[in-house]
Design a protein around this ligand. Structure first.
Ligand SMILES: Nc1ncnc2c1ncn2[C@@H]1O[C@H](COP(=O)(O)OP(=O)(O)OP(=O)(O)O)[C@@H](O)[C@H]1O
Ligand SMILES: [Mg+2]
Length: 626
């Protein structure tokens, strides 16, 4: 690049020039000679004359001043003239160079600088050796480092502990800026985690852009810009952990497994925390560990059974107050006076505890977070703790509801068993009464009548027709009463079991009705209450077929599979409208089917009936056998 030179005298006139200066200023040498510096260069600072005199007097150079000539920016450096023969020369010399390009660059750079420094995005510039040459204020803020700690270092050193989005270590070669430098390829939205100065993970979304001058094929640097996505990422991860836990609650995973996962979630989202879920005893007076996957066994044993109270560490106090307690420094907090030594032995310096308050106002548990350094909760920590408490509340309440259900199921089965037993006892009593009382009386009356009839025949007094009629009536009543006695308490059921009793019932039906009966019975002996229930069910369904269906065929099947008894009673008779039959107002005096269905349901079974007028009826039922 041509450099113009000129010697300037005390009056600031040019006394000697070179050709380059003529070319730079666009004037001929003779035009320049004798002209004043201030005439030759426009736009000089107004204090240029005094500046020149200062150079002459102090004999020190002033460089980097600017002027304009014909639309060009010229840089002018003022130098004192070298001394001749020991005497300082009177005057100075100027060195002039074309600064148009440089000047334009500087101006755009200034504009660029102001934009970059105002940006919320962090920006880092690296040179061809991947050394950081500049960064903006946002980069300092996001990385939690000062400019001096960033600029001048190798990018790979600064981000050496980077991890990928899935948490695995990302080798420096894989950094987008390093790759861009090597290949010239730009990268967008690459997520990397780096550790900030306070040890917290900062998640960055990185973009890298090659810096290429015109004609260059390899980048001479890279502009790396990034935004802090820590909060967004944390919220997303927390939401997906929450989802997984809620799924566990919904699929009725056992409570200890849910709470264990919950403790791990808290540890994952609150840096440095060790989490314990503590159960409050039934009487509300003590605490016991429920899930604490990372707490030392010795410490767990020591805190098992600690009391609930106004000054009982973080957990005991939190349950007592029914609100979270944040002990920032165990060593100095009066709430920990009784346990500080124990905590110190296990390296715990801070402990927060958030109680789980259930919908009914009880406090079934509390969630504790231990730290090895004194620590006050940040907003993010409180968010995680609150989430953990709400999930624990949900899981515990579901578990309580399930337990209540199990309890009521136990009661229901118990009530049913007692009811069936009472019913059987009552039947036995009625059957015995019928046998010992009614049947004896009827039989006795029949004997008396027979005696009267015999005497009348012997005496030849003649027998009144009314007496013969009465005898017939009495005899058939005796038969029916005997049958009733057996129906009420079939003797075969107790002695030979369900299969025989049902077989006998169906034989009787076949004999009485003269219809075809197909029977399949494949059952071992069952508990007396179940056998009785099944017998009564078949009895009612067969009675209905006899009474209402006018069937020609009857099918009965009783089988067991997979711990369940399956029963079927079908006929090819008249059928009926099941919707009408279910109407209680119409069926007030017909309770057979309803009673059957209700008893089966009470025993944990099911009952269904299929029927259409003219198309026969099929009833099905099932019963658990355990
Ligand atoms: N197998 C069947 N074929 C035709 N109709 C039937 C059959 N089973 C039931 N029904 C009809 O359904 C009605 C209700 O039956 P349900 O057993 O409840 O009462 P019921 O037999 O009339 O009286 P109860 O059983 O109380 O002595 C019967 O009145 C009858 O009209
Ligand atoms: Mg009936």
């Amino acid at each position: 690049m041509p450099v113009g030179c000129a010697v300037v005298d005390r009056d600031l006139r040019l006394t000697r020039t070179n050709a380059a200066l003529a070319a730079l200023t666009g004037r001929s040498s003779w035009e320049l000679l004798g002209a004043q510096v201030t005439e030759v260069f426009a736009g000089l600072a107004p204090d240029t004359p005094s500046l020149c005199h200062r150079v002459m007097e102090t004999r020190t150079a002033i460089v980097g001043m600017f002027a304009a000539v014909g639309g060009r920016a010229l840089r002018i450096d003022y130098h004192p003239l070298p001394a001749t023969n020991g005497t300082p020369s009177d005057g100075l010399w100027i060195v002039v160079s074309d600064a148009t390009v440089h000047h334009a660059l500087t101006a755009s750079e200034a504009r660029y600088q102001s934009v970059v420094s105002a940006m919320a995005e962090g920006v880092i510039l690296v040179d061809a050796e991947a050394r950081i040459t500049a960064c903006n204020a946002s980069a300092e803020r996001i990385l939690g480092l000062d400019q001096d700690e960033i600029v001048g270092r190798l990018l790979a050193d600064s981000l050496s502990a980077a991890v990928r989005a899935d948490g695995t270590p990302a080798p420096p070669d894989e950094l987008p800026a390093v790759d861009t430098l090597r290949t010239g390829r730009a990268h967008n939205d690459v997520v990397r985690g780096v550790r900030g100065r306070d040890g917290r993970m900062v998640w960055l979304s990185l973009n890298s852009q090659p810096l290429l001058a015109a004609g260059e094929s390899r980048p001479h640097g890279v502009a790396l810009s990034f935004t802090d996505v820590t909060e967004r990422r944390t919220a997303e991860r927390l939401a997906s952990s929450e989802m997984r836990l809620l799924e566990m609650v919904a699929t009725e995973t056992p409570l200890p497994a849910i709470l264990r996962r919950l403790a791990l979630l808290v540890e994952d989202h609150c840096q440095g925390a060790v989490c314990a879920v503590m159960r409050v005893s039934e009487d509300g007076a003590h605490l016991h560990p429920l899930a604490a996957p990372s707490l030392p066994v010795g410490y767990l044993a020591a805190i098992d059974g600690v009391a609930v109270g106004a000054r009982e560490g973080s957990c005991g106090t939190a349950v007592h107050r029914r609100e979270p307690v944040y002990v920032v420094d165990i060593a100095t907090d009066p709430l920990w006076a009784g346990f500080a030594e124990l905590a110190r032995e296990h390296g715990f310096a801070a402990c927060w505890s958030a109680p789980v308050v259930a919908a009914d106002g009880s406090v079934p548990a509390t969630i504790a977070l231990y730290f090895s350094e004194p620590r006050a909760p940040a907003d993010a920590d409180i968010r995680v703790t609150e989430l953990a408490v709400s999930i624990a509340r949900l899981a515990i309440e579901r578990e309580r509801a399930r337990e209540a259900l199990r309890e009521s199921e136990r009661k229901r089965v118990d009530v049913l068993a007692r009811m069936l037993r009472a019913e059987d006892e009552e039947r036995a009593r009625i059957a015995a009464d019928l046998h010992d009382d009614t049947i004896q009386v009827l039989a006795g009356s029949l004997l008396s009548i027979d005696r009267v009839l015999r005497a009348a025949r012997t005496n030849g007094t003649g027998v009144p027709t009314a007496l013969t009629d009465a005898r017939m009536l009495l005899s058939s009543t005796l038969d029916r009463t005997r049958r009733l006695m057996f129906e009420i308490r079939p003797p075969l059921l107790e002695s030979h079991g369900l299969g025989h009793a049902v077989g006998e019932l169906l034989d009787q039906t076949r004999r009485d009705m003269g219809i075809q009966v197909a029977v399949t019975i494949d059952l071992a002996r069952l508990s007396p209450s179940i056998e009785s229930l099944v017998y009564r069910t078949v009895q009612e369904l067969v009675a209905n077929a006899r009474k209402h269906a006018h069937a020609t065929r009857l099918e009965v099947s009783l089988t067991a599979a997979n711990g369940r008894l399956q029963g079927l009673v079908g006929d090819d008779g008249s059928g009926f409208d099941t919707t009408r039959a279910r109407d209680r107002s119409l069926m007030r005096l017909h309770l057979g089917l309803q009673a059957v269905a209700e008893r089966l349901r009470l025993a944990g079974g099911d009952f269904s009936i299929e029927s259409r007028p003219g198309l026969g009826t099929t009833a099905r039922f099932g019963l658990p056998l355990d």
